[in-house]
Every structure is written in C-alpha cells, then in structure tokens.
Design a protein around this ligand. Structure first.
Ligand code: ADP
Ligand code: ADP
Length: 230
C-alpha cells in the first residue's frame, strides 16, 4: 500500500516577474517501510517537497495523499491533528522547548494530543537514543548531538507512520551522524515506519532503499538502490 502518493505536484512562490516555480509536476509514490533519500542541489525544491508531504504549506497544483487521505482537502485544523498523529518531523534546527527536559520534550506530541505515552516504548526510545543519563536535563545542558537525538526522539515518540527529516545529520560530526542514520533505519526495520530524508550526506543516501533526485523543481530520477537498503 502506498503510504505517500504525490501526483502532479507543483508549487510556486510569488507572482509575476518574481515568481519562482519551486516544484513542477512531480509524481511518485512511496510504500510503507521505505527509507527514501531526497537529494539535489541547493534550491532544487527539496524542502518545499518535504513541506508539501507534511501538510505544512499548500501546493499550487496537484495532490498529496497520505494513507489514502487527500491532505489538502482536509480543513486546516483536521490537517493539524492528522499531521501530529501520522507524521513526525525532524528539522535541522531542533526546535526543542527550552523549559522542558529531555523526557518532556520527547513526549510533547503525545501530551499535546492528550494521549498517555506508552511508557515502555518511551523508555526504550530514550535508551536507544543514548539519553538515559540526560533524561532530566534541559536542552541548554546538552551537546548539539544530544539535542538532535532529542529532536529525533520527539519525532518518533508517537510511532508515526511517516517520518520526514530535513538534513538530520547536517550539523553533526560523523559519529553522531552515523547514530542518527542507525536510528532512522531502526524506525523502518523495527516499526515499519516510512522515512523520507533530505540529505547532502552521501553516507545517508547510500543507506536509503531509494533515492529521489530533484533538479530545478523537477524529479530528475527515482532509483531503487543496489539492494543495500535496510
Ligand atoms: P532546497 O531545499 O532544495 O534547497 P527549496 O525547496 O528550499 O530548495 O527552494 C526551492 C526554490 O524555491 C528556491 O528557488 C527557493 O529560493 C524558492 N523558495 C523556497 N521557499 C520560498 C519562499 N517561502 N518564498 C519564495 N521563494 C521560496
Ligand atoms: P557529543 O559527542 O554528543 O557532541 P560532546 O563531546 O559535545 O558530545 O559533549 C560531551 C559531554 O559533555 C556530553 O555528555 C554532554 O552531555 C556534555 N555537555 C556538552 N555540552 C554541555 C553543556 N553545555 N552543558 C552541560 N553538559 C554538556
């Protein structure tokens, strides 16, 4: 079953002489449990695509279906709830809440949704993230690598069907970067989550089961990789 289906997706910003066509007639679909890398030069439309997949910004044309739901037919509020339940975001900036500790930051999406966290899973997640010694610490007391891991924990806490990540290893050294890759692979392998990750990092792209390449807002290629995958 296609968990993500994108059909004729276009997005332009601005009007007239300053109009930018950030995405042009992009079509693809992604199955559950795929780890997909999105690559391409700066300005090729990667972030715009991720925002469209996540319901963060309206397309100018075309459709995005997530789990069979036409994302942009949902009312704004419905889309926000749908997004919180189905999609975990990992941004390059960690967007952690400074007054909440590690554990609270990770559980935030559940708390916002008035849902009881699955304690054993959260415990497990914190362990896997290597944050058990830091669970009561504030973000300001963590290294960059640790903060990124908290952001990943928050994205995974709901066990969302889909994880969207924008350069999750961009600010990390290679050791922390490798750990992040392992966590994303674990999400796919253990929980059958679907991961779409924008990356400039060839190590990340090499781990993906599939690579989408954008060029000037168009889908230049869509390759299933050489079986290395996850
Ligand atoms: P990438 O993530 O591959 O670097 P983006 O999706 O950020 O590419 O940008 C694609 C194009 O759209 C670029 O030309 C960029 O300048 C333009 N763009 C992105 N966001 C906006 C915006 N909010 N307003 C105007 N232009 C934008
Ligand atoms: P990493 O390899 O994850 O980037 P560092 O080498 O930066 O970690 O940090 C080593 C240790 O020092 C970590 O356990 C981290 O928790 C601690 N640490 C780093 N920065 C701070 C800080 N600003 N306040 C408190 N502890 C910190």
């Amino acid at each position: 079953m296609n968990v993500i289906s994108v059909d004729g997706l276009s997005k332009s910003y601005g009007k007239g002489t300053t109009q930018v066509n950030a995405l042009h007639d992009v079509t693809f679909s992604i199955n559950q449990g795929e780890l997909v890398a999105v690559v391409g030069a700066s300005g090729s439309g990667k972030s715009t695509l991720l925002h469209m997949l996540g319901g963060l910004d309206k397309p100018s044309g075309g459709y995005v279906h997530i789990d069979g739901e036409n994302l942009y037919e949902l009312k704004e509020k419905e889309r926000a709830v749908f997004r919180r339940r189905k999609i975990g975001f990992i941004f390059q900036s960690y967007n952690l809440i400074p007054v909440l500790n590690v554990e609270e930051n990770i559980q935030l999406p559940l708390l916002l949704d008035h849902r009881q966290p699955d304690k054993a899973y959260i415990q497990d997640l914190i362990q896997t993230l290597g944050l058990q010694e830091r669970r009561k610490h504030l973000p300001s007391e963590l290294s960059g690598g640790q903060q990124q891991r908290v952001a990943i924990g928050r994205a995974l806490a709901y066990r969302p069907a889909i994880v969207l990540a924008d350069e999750p290893t961009g600010n990390l050294d290679s050791r922390n970067g490798q750990e992040v890759i392992e966590l994303l692979k674990l999400a796919v392998r253990q929980y059958h989550q679907t991961v779409v990750v924008i990356t400039h990092d060839m190590n990340v792209a090499a781990e993906a089961s599939r690579v989408l390449t954008l060029q000037d807002g168009r889908l230049l290629s869509d390759t299933s990789s050489n079986g290395r995958g996850v």
